[in-house]
Ligand binder design. Structure first.
Ligand code: HEM
Length: 404
């Protein structure tokens, strides 16, 4: 962790200040010591090197996410105009009422009723992957188990053709790095981001998209004037970006937590109804989304600070989820905890629209593992990636499975 100087105790704008740079390589690689240090400084800390405020404690994070009028998603969400233009107007980057209109376009398609029909198909796909993995015995679980299901499921729902899908996961992940300041990571990722955006534009047409898909529902909204033609590709791409890497890494972290906690695996084997509790607990502890961005629309008092209008706010849901004021023993994976009030899927207006789908996919993989696998053990250290500011994930997860 980059060390904080004495300036951490000086009060600025009425509250604590730190000169830490949250996007330094060391901090990005393992953000939790930094979250803990900032959380103990205050519920809101002014980051003097970037003129931003970070919200660190559970209560204040939740209150910030609940107040979209003051903490807007339309302002300061993305660093840089170029990326803002590429991402476009999507639910993640707009406020009501436009936000609600955009989110409404796919709300029926993402509702539990629509997902019900998908259950069997996702379960069959998951079972195939698990059967292959058990056969192999020793696997790199990200490639063997975690990546294929979320990418294929979301791509099928959007109605994309089979060919060309290789760009989806790297493109979507690279796109998420635009949610941070520009630097080497941004420059390195740009060619992939452009390739991804070009691919999405090329498939946004009725000739290519499968009928009755999320993609054609978006084109219907263009035809009946609910959105402009130029909004169609960004909207489709926002569901792909938000729906693939997040679930891939949630699956990875969940498997990693089980492989490293044999008691949790044993508890799950004895009582498979704990799958849901384990999902929530894994996201609480290791959520792929660590920070969300907002911008103030007025001067506001929070956590002892007076924050001016028009300032960027970093909302650390990763820190809130390990706040000892809210969760006892917060750094421990406790399969029985069932922390359904965690903030790893967001909260309120922008709360994750795909959480039903993510739960369905993770449940499918875990159910199959519980049926087919007797033991699940680490076969080496996992390689963690925090190459995207605020977004955590796993690139390599070697594990050994023995069959039931
Ligand atoms: C476990 C996996 C997932 C995690 C951890 C996750 C996390 C999140 C978080 C933290 C937000 C809030 C963003 C904010 O407040 O600025 C969000 C919003 C969103 N998520 Fe997810 N997500 C997951 C899966 C999915 C899936 C599968 C989809 C769709 C296929 C999806 C689509 C979206 C969309 C469209 C939004 C924007 C909602 C809005 O702004 O109204 N997510 N997600």
């Amino acid at each position: 962790m980059t060390s904080d100087s004495d300036s951490s105790t000086i009060l600025a704008h009425g509250g604590p200040v730190s000169d830490i740079s949250i996007f330094d390589e060391d901090n990005v690689r393992n953000p939790h010591p930094m979250w803990s240090m900032l959380r103990e400084l205050g519920s809101v800390v002014y980051l003097s090197t970037s003129d931003t405020w970070i919200i660190t404690r559970y209560d204040e994070v939740r209150a910030t996410l609940a107040d979209w009028q003051t903490f807007s998603s339309a302002a300061e969400t993305v660093y840089g105009e170029e990326m803002g233009a590429l991402l476009g107007k999507v639910p993640l980057t707009t406020d009501p009422p436009l936000h609600d209109r955009l989110r409404g376009i796919l709300s029926q398609k993402t509702a539990p009723r629509a997902l019900k029909q998908l259950g069997e198909q996702v379960a069959a796909h998951a079972d195939e992957l698990v059967a292959e993995a058990v056969e192999a015995g020793s696997i790199e679980a990200m490639e063997a188990l975690c990546q294929r299901l979320p990418v294929d499921t979301v791509a099928d729902l959007v109605g994309l053709p089979d060919e060309g899908r290789e760009i989806l996961l790297p493109g979507g992940e690279r796109m998420l790095m635009t949610f941070g300041p520009h630097g080497d990571r941004y420059a390195d990722g740009m060619p992939t981001v452009v390739e991804f955006a070009d691919y999405i534009k090329s498939v946004t047409s009725r000739e290519v998209l499968k009928p009755d898909s999320w993609g054609t529902a978006i084109l219907d909204a263009v035809d009946d004037g609910r959105i402009q033609p130029e909004d169609a590709a960004p909207l489709m791409s926002s569901y792909l970006i938000a729906g693939m890497g997040t679930t891939v890494h949630t699956l990875g972290f969940y498997l990693n937590n089980l492989a490293r906690n044999p008691q949790a695996w044993a508890a799950l084997k004895a009582d498979p109804s704990l799958i849901g509790s384990g999902f929530e607990e894994s996201i609480r502890l290791d959520g792929p989304a660590q920070v969300l961005y907002r911008g103030t629309t007025r001067e506001v008092e929070l956590g002892g600070h007076v924050i001016p209008d028009g300032k960027r706010i970093i909302v650390s849901i990763g820190s809130a989820n390990r706040d000892p004021r809210h969760y006892s023993d917060p750094d421990t994976f406790d399969i029985h905890r069932n922390p359904i009030d965690h903030l790893g899927l967001g909260y309120a207006t922008h709360g994750c629209v795909g959480q039903g789908l993510a739960r369905l996919e993770v449940r499918a993989v875990m159910s199959s593992l519980l049926r087919r696998v007797a033991t699940l053990t680490p076969a080496g250290e996992p390689e963690l990636t925090h190459h995207i500011p605020g977004f955590s994930g796993i690139t390599r997860l070697p594990i050994t499975l023995t069959s039931e």
